[in-house]
Design a protein around this ligand. Sequence first.
Ligand code: PXP
Length: 239
Amino acid sequence: MPGLAVNVDHVATLREARKINIPDPVTAAAMVELAGADGVVVHLREDRRHIQDRDVRLIRETITTKLILEMAASSEMIAIALEIKPNLVTLVPEKREELTTEGGLDLHLHKNVVSDAVQTLHKGGIPVSIFVDPDLDQIKLAHRIVANCVEIHTGTFCDAETPRKRSEAFEKIVNSVKLAQKLNLGVNAGHGLGYQTIKAFKGLSGIDEFSIGHSIIARAVFVGIDRAVSEMIALIKEL
Ligand code: PXP
């Protein structure tokens, strides 16, 4: 059964709306773990719009599962990762003007920078995943630069407006998972996944872990974190 890593950035977004100290993503991290999540994800952005350095440090110190740090392949972030030592770094593209990560890292364009980041992080003992679009060339490049795993971007599938576009997008995910597996890469998947879209993954083997944030935290506003996380885990169990 694939695992579930829960992204708690959206708790920090709510806190930053008031620039005070509640709700605390550190508390959310403990709660998602207690509800059965296999890991906690935070994206420390260059502009610190939600997660702050303090959150990453405290979550690192207090969780008992694993910390996945999403970050740009910048020298500032690499230095922070080397100090904090997350269990996994997921390298993502980052634009200041975007609302959320808008697509996978383009390894054709950024191969050298990403490859250098992977090597530096590996020297510090940190495994690296690369967030890529479901594109076979990108998966091959991730393998070539010796990433430990890929996280396949599921956003285009989740946002598809017609059944045809949705099934085309899903086919790309399936082919990407198969290739990544064949290349012995670990396979995570995420972005935009919710309580309905997750059901499409029934019968698709090869995904190690789903990385899900917004839909779980949005549901938690109404039903509580414990129930929101457990309901997602129950759906993943049925896949
Ligand atoms: N994976 C990556 C690389 C992301 O950037 C995000 C968003 O922070 C997610 C997964 C989770 O996406 P969502 O919040 O839409 O579930």
